[in-house]
Design a protein around this ligand. Structure first.
Ligand code: PMT
Length: 408
C-alpha cells in the first residue's frame, strides 16, 4: 500500500450517505489524504460539517463558488485526485456518469479528471435490478470504472436483497488493502473500559463521566491488530466491536473479579476504565429517605485493579491510563513507578476538550525509557498509535519508537 494516496470521496443523495464519514475515516487510517465533494441531494442526508470534521478539509459542493475557486478550484481538484470514489452512488448519479453530464461539481470532476474511478452503488432493490441500471453499470465497467458491491440485506425502504452500500471498511479495504499490520497476532489482550458504579442505595451511586469510548476504541484497534480481545466494561451505552468478548460489570469489585477471571493467559492488560477509588462503606437495601438536613456518607477504598494485575506472579505487559487535570505528565510518571506498570498513557480530563466523553483525544505515552507525545486524533486513531507503541515495548523493540510529527 502506498501512503498518502490522494482520494476524492464523492457523496451523492442516498440514505447510505450516513456511512460516508466512516468511509473517510477508514481511508485516512490507511494513509490516504481525503477530500470530499457532496451533491446538493447528499446534503439532505448528512451535513458537510460532519464530513469536514472527519476529513480535516472543507467540503466542496458548488461548481461556481468563488471562495472555493480561490482555494483549490474544481480543475485543480480534478488534477489533484489520484482516485475518485463515489460512495454512495445513487442510480441517478450512475446514469448521469454514463451520460457524461457536467451539471454539478461532482459530475464535472468525474468528467474532467484522469483519476481512477470507483463507485459503491446504493439503491432500492428494484432500482438495482432494473435493466437500465444494469446496463448503465456495464457501460461504466467497460470504461474502466470499478464497481464495489452493493451488499445484500435489509434496506431502509423495508425490502431485503442486493442494493445496500458495501460497508465502509470493505470499500476501503478493496481500494487500499488491509490497514493494520497484525502486530498483536495471536496475543490475548484484556482491557477495562467505562466508569464503575458504586451503589449508595438502589437508586443512587458514585460514578464519573467516562463514556467508554476510549476503551472501546482500543478494543477495536487491538482486534484489528489481530489480537483476541476481552473487554471488561462498566455501565456504558456502547456496542462492543464485532469479534470482541465483552463482560459487563457494575462496580470496581465486580470489575476486579472479571479481570482476575480472564487475565491469567493475557499477554497485555490495558486499564482504561475510570475506576471509582472509593465506595460507600454500606450500600443500603432500600432508598434512603431525605429526613435530615445533613447526611454523612462513609467511604472505603476500592481495590486497585491495575496494581493487582501488575503484582501478579507472571504479569502480562501492563498498560495504565492517567486521567489528570494538572501536572499531567508528572502525575502520570509517578503512577507508572508507583503501580509498577510497563507503560502509562497520560491524558487531560479537564475542560470541554478533555478526554471524557469526547470522540477525540490527545495523550503522551510514558514508559521507563522515555516519553512519546501523540497528537490529537479520533479515539480509534489514537488507539492505533498507543497499540503500536505497546506492541513494540512488549516485544522488547523500543528502538524505533517515535513521537507523532506534529505532537508537542
Ligand atoms: O471513557 P471515555 O469517555 O472515552 O474517557 C476516557 C478516559 C478519560 C476514562 C481514559 O482515557 C482514562 O484516562 N482512563 C483512566 C481513568 C482513571 O481512572 O485514571 P486514574 O489516573 O485515576 O487511574 C490510573 C490507572 O489506574 C488507570 O489505568 C485506572 O484504570 C487504574 N485504576 C484506578 C483505580 C482503581 N481502583 N483501579 C484501577 O485499576
Amino acid at each position: 500500500m502506498r501512503k498518502n494516496r490522494r482520494i476524492l470521496v464523492g457523496v451523492t443523495g442516498g440514505i447510505a450517505a450516513y456511512k460516508s464519514p466512516d468511509l473517510v475515516r477508514r481511508l485516512a487510517e490507511r494513509g490516504a489524504d481525503v477530500r470530499v465533494v457532496m451533491t446538493e441531494a447528499a446534503c439532505e442526508f448528512i451535513t458537510p460539517l460532519t464530513l469536514q470534521a472527519v476529513s480535516g478539509h472543507p467540503v466542496h459542493r458548488h461548481l461556481l463558488d468563488t471562495d472555493a475557486e480561490s482555494g483549490m478550484g474544481h480543475i485543480e481538484l480534478a488534477r489533484w485526485a489520484e482516485l475518485i470514489v463515489i460512495a454512495p452512488a445513487t442510480a441517478n448519479f450512475i446514469a448521469r456518469m454514463v451520460g457524461g453530464k457536467a451539471d454539478d461539481l461532482l459530475a464535472t470532476l468525474v468528467l474532467a479528471s484522469g483519476a481512477e474511478i470507483a463507485v459503491a452503488p446504493a439503491m432500492n432493490l428494484q432500482m438495482w435490478q432494473n435493466e437500465a441500471t444494469r446496463k448503465n453499470l456495464d457501460r461504466l465497467r467497460e470504461r474502466g470504472v470499478r464497481v464495489i458491491g452493493p451488499a445484500e440485506g435489509g434496506q431502509a425502504c423495508g425490502e431485503t436483497g442486493p442494493g445496500r452500500m458495501s460497508e465502509p471498511d470493505q470499500i476501503a479495504q478493496e481500494l487500499l488493502g488491509d490497514a493494520t499490520p497484525k502486530l498483536l497476532a495471536d496475543a490475548h489482550v484484556v482491557l477495562t473500559a467505562g466508569p464503575t458504579w458504586e451503589a449508595i442505595d438502589p437508586v443512587r451511586g458514585i460514578t464519573n463521566h467516562s463514556s467508554g469510548k476510549m476503551g472501546f476504541a482500543l478494543a477495536e484497534a487491538a482486534r484489528d491488530f489481530g489480537a483476541r480481545v476481552t473487554l471488561v466494561s462498566g455501565p456504558v451505552h456502547l456496542e462492543a466491536p464485532a469479534g470482541v468478548t465483552r463482560i459487563d460489570v457494575i462496580s470496581a469489585r465486580d470489575m476486579l473479579e472479571a479481570v482476575e477471571a480472564h487475565v491469567g493467559d493475557a499477554d497485555l492488560f490495558i486499564g482504561v476504565a475510570a475506576v471509582s477509588d472509593y465506595r460507600p462503606v454500606r450500600s443500603e437495601g432500600s432508598k434512603i429517605k431525605k429526613n435530615d438536613e445533613k447526611m454523612e456518607l462513609g467511604l472505603v477504598r476500592n481495590p486497585d485493579i491495575l496494581r493487582t494485575v501488575a503484582a501478579m506472579d507472571n504479569p502480562p505487559f501492563t498498560v495504565g491510563f492517567a486521567a489528570e487535570t494538572d501536572r499531567i505528565d508528572e502525575n502520570a510518571k509517578s503512577k507508572l513507578e508507583d503501580k509498577r506498570i510497563d507503560m502509562i498513557v497520560a491524558n487531560d480530563v479537564g475542560g470541554e476538550d478533555g478526554a471524557f466523553g469526547n470522540d477525540h483525544n490527545r495523550a503522551t505515552v510514558h514508559h521507563p525509557g522515555g516519553a512519546i507525545p501523540l497528537e490529537r486524533h479520533d479515539k480509534y486513531g489514537l488507539s492505533v498509535r498507543i497499540l503500536e507503541i505497546a506492541a513494540s515495548l512488549w516485544r522488547g523493540e523500543s528502538a524505533g519508537l517515535t513521537a507523532d510529527p506534529d505532537a508537542s
